[in-house]
Design a protein around this ligand. Sequence first.
Ligand SMILES: [Zn+2]
Ligand SMILES: [Zn+2]
Length: 95
Amino acid sequence: MTLETKACRCCGKEFTPKSVVQKYCSRRCGKRYRKEHDINADWEPVTFVCAFCGAEVKTTGSVSDRRIRYCSERCAKKYWGVRDKRKPKPDFRDY
Ligand SMILES: [Zn+2]
Ligand SMILES: [Zn+2]
């Protein structure tokens, strides 16, 4: 899946996001933005396809719904369970 370039929410610079939820060109911009705004403003509903089962997922946009890669924790665990053991441990903020 190729992601379209976006304008950084903080400085307005164009960048190519690495994930559907990336909104800033750099960590520094994200930090700066969150310092000046409500941190909850960073979470919006997103639509993506689960990397394990292929289901289309729409997040609620609430702070507790931080899925960006898998439809459920079950899929995240299964996905990582079949991965090469040398791979890094799953980051559960990713599921
Ligand atoms: Zn920026
Ligand atoms: Zn899934």
